[in-house]
Design a protein around this ligand. Sequence first.
Ligand code: FES
Length: 352
Amino acid sequence: MSSHDNSHEDHLPEGRGGEEGGAVEPADNPFADPGLPPHEPRQQDIDERAAKRSERTVALFFTASMVATIAFIASFVALPVDKIIYVFPLGHISALNFALGLTLGIALFTIGAGAVHWARTLMSDVEIADERHPIEASPEVKAKVLDDFRQGAAESGFGRRKLARNTLFGALALVPLSGLVLLRDLGPLPQDKLRHTKWGKGKRLINQNTNEALRPEDIVVGSLTFAMPEGMSEEDHDFQTQIAKAALMLVRLQPENIKDKRELDWSHDGIVAFSKICTHVGCPINLYEQQTHHVLCPCHQSTFDLSDGGRVIFGPAGHALPQLRIGVNKDGYLEAKGDFAEPVGPAFWERG
Ligand code: FES
């Protein structure tokens, strides 16, 4: 769209004599380059009022785009997901989908229509011809390109046509909001679900293999026992979601081997209960080394010391395994004294 007023003449083919428009070729050369037709100025080129009218049309398109984007956001917020309407000839369709598609379509189309109208009526339409030249640009050519670019930018009226330019900026600034609003469709926010599990005060520890409530004597030295909270069943619709947070592992240590004071306080007779979910990216931990009291995550080899508060001693995990405070109820079963004191599994943004 950029042009160079003089380049028209500068680059006319030999034989045309550089005449402006429709040169007469010698009758004996029927293959001669007929050259460019004479440039015909448009109404907008000669009449500033016509140019102003075009500018207002362009601005109208861009303003329509802004209105459509706002309507898109309003539709997203106001229309219920399950509302069905009849639209000829589409039939019965979702009102929300129809409104979103229509408004976003208008928002994008009117930006394009405004840009095309601007280019066709206000930007320079002087045709230019250039000879083929070596691919490598000489410094003069580079300077000329830069010059043409500047001239094109000036001729586009980008600086002068402030109304069109500003409304274009407005339309381009608003259109991305449509995408931002759609992010809301990623699903409900997790709120505090990541901070709580099915564990709670008085919930008995159920052996995950036998589904039996665990007693202290069931936990033997050297073994790793997996448990889940009382009241959970594999038939529950959210069982996998809940067990992914509540999975627990129990080991029995000699109380004198427990180095961490809080761990000792939260244990029962040397039995300690830790989250089974690795704090790196959440794999289930299932390898236990009896001599060292270390547990190992098979995914990326994070290693935790169960005799020292579940501390990370090797690997990429970012923090210690959360411990569950346990005790024994009056019937002699192991029970939780509450939920985990901190979120289980990998760190997340708001965890702090
Ligand atoms: S998930 Fe456990 S080390 Fe990566």
